[in-house]
Ligand binder design. Structure first.
Ligand code: KDG
Ligand code: MG
Length: 402
């Protein structure tokens, strides 16, 4: 089998997605997600100008060799643009291999380790009462795990709180909108949110919370301690993780489980975190961490240290990424939980998929490949629109992490 073409498709059915479609001389094709929120066109160029020409004529079954060729061969390693491009190729090649074998992808990854993939949904509200109501809606939908975020008194807007409750979209403007952040207000408010949720719903649903990189290590330690009575499933991205050692300090102070890694691109970004058992869940996902080949390497490494997966699954990761992630989640022995932010009906129509939700779990389905396709004619009707994530400033105007 030979690769005959590699086409990059940009579409915006409510939000931007970049998809790579690899064609072969045997009429089997594969698709991979290459979306990098707010920097989409950089990956488009990387793929079109620098990767696609190198793929033509290669054997698509040589997945590992092609991965190494694109990673080592570029000389310039890692980074979100490079790794999203490599991920798209890798995902498309696994799709081709599984279609050629006439098997769902999870079979090629070793078969099922579980019946379904537990997912968590996003409950959020402008204040504690509204968030409590939203948690109730996810309980009604059968979710076993629910992330809770709430607006903070005295701050106009904050991460995780959206107007549309089911379809959260943070890339909300043509140029970055500006938010104001106060750690003091946040640290006072957040334990009250979880106290109120536990009072209302008891300890049955798993509760998760995303700090979104906003604290220092000692502040994160304080938050983790103050949340201990509410037994969170995890506290996510408590601090920016360029310094993996930051987590040593947090870990010394709290038993609240820690999750991190949605913006990591390689196994080296999480090596210390995993090896020193400083985290409980690694959140790297297919599209931003080099595809199925590299994410599986990360998860296997993590399994030795009792670290489980908690793959990122926000709306800016396309249904193609979700499908691939579900196959890996079904097979990985150390799967933990999968984030599931629902895509809009327009997006679902452009990306017909075999996966389905039922009673707190996602099931990848048994279609050969990863089970997600792209309706190219429909995709063309939704042209790219520039959209950025917000930025954050402290109350004195200084830039902060969003
Ligand atoms: O593009 C950025 C989003 O994917 C991110 O803000 C979502 O933190 C996020 C999450 O946990 O889903
Ligand atoms: Mg997050």
């Amino acid at each position: 089998m030979k690769i005959t073409d590699a086409k990059v498709i940009v579409t915006s059915p409510g939000r931007n997605f970049v998809t790579l479609k690899i064609m072969t001389d045997e009429c089997v094709y594969g698709i991979g997600d290459a979306t990098l929120n707010g920097r989409e066109l950089a990956v488009v160029s990387y793929l079109k100008d620098h990767v696609a020409p190198c793929l033509i004529g290669r054997d698509p079954h040589q997945i590992e060799d092609i991965w190494q060729y694109l990673y080592r061969g570029a000389y310039w390693r890692t980074g979100p643009v490079t790794m999203a491009a490599i991920a798209a190729v890798d995902t498309a090649l696994w799709d081709i291999k599984a279609k050629a074998a006439n098997m769902p992808l999870y079979q090629l990854l070793g078969g099922k380790s579980r019946a379904g993939v537990m997912v968590y949904g996003h409950a959020n509200g402008r204040d504690i009462d509204e968030t409590i109501d939203e948690v109730g809606k996810y309980v009604e939908l059968g979710y076993k795990a629910i992330r809770a975020q709430s607006g903070i008194p005295g701050l106009d807007s904050t991460y995780g709180v959206s107007a549309d409750k089911l379809f959260y979209e943070p890339a909300d403007a043509d140029l970055p909108s500006e938010n104001v952040w106060s750690t003091t207000k946040y640290l006072d408010h957040t334990p009250r949110l979880f106290e109120a949720i536990r009072n209302k719903y008891g300890f049955d649903p798993h509760l998760l919370h995303d700090v979104h990189h906003r604290l220092t290590p000692i502040e994160a330690a304080r938050l983790g301690k103050s949340l201990e009575p509410y037994r969170l499933f995890w506290m996510e991205d408590a601090v920016p993780a360029e310094n993996q050692e930051s987590f040593r300090l947090i870990r010394q102070h709290t038993t609240t489980p820690l999750a991190v890694g949605e913006i990591f691109n390689t196994i080296w970004d999480c090596r210390t975190l995993i090896q020193e058992q400083l985290i409980d869940y690694i959140r790297t996902t297919v599209v931003h961490a080099g595809g199925i080949t590299h994410l599986r390497r990360i998860l296997d490494f993590a399994s030795i240290y009792n670290v489980r997966s908690g793959c990122h699954g926000a709306t800016d990761l396309s249904p193609v990424c979700m499908g691939a992630s579900l196959h890996l989640g079904l097979s990985a022995p150390n799967f933990g939980v999968q984030e599931y932010m629902r895509h809009t009906p327009e997006t679902d129509e452009v990306f017909p998929h075999a996966y389905s939700y039922s009673d707190g779990y996602l099931y990848p389905g048994d279609t050969p490949g990863h089970g997600v396709d792209l309706d190219e004619a429909l995709a063309e009707k939704y042209p790219y629109r520039r959209a950025y994530l917000p930025v954050n400033r402290l109350e004195d105007g200084a830039m902060w992490n969003w």
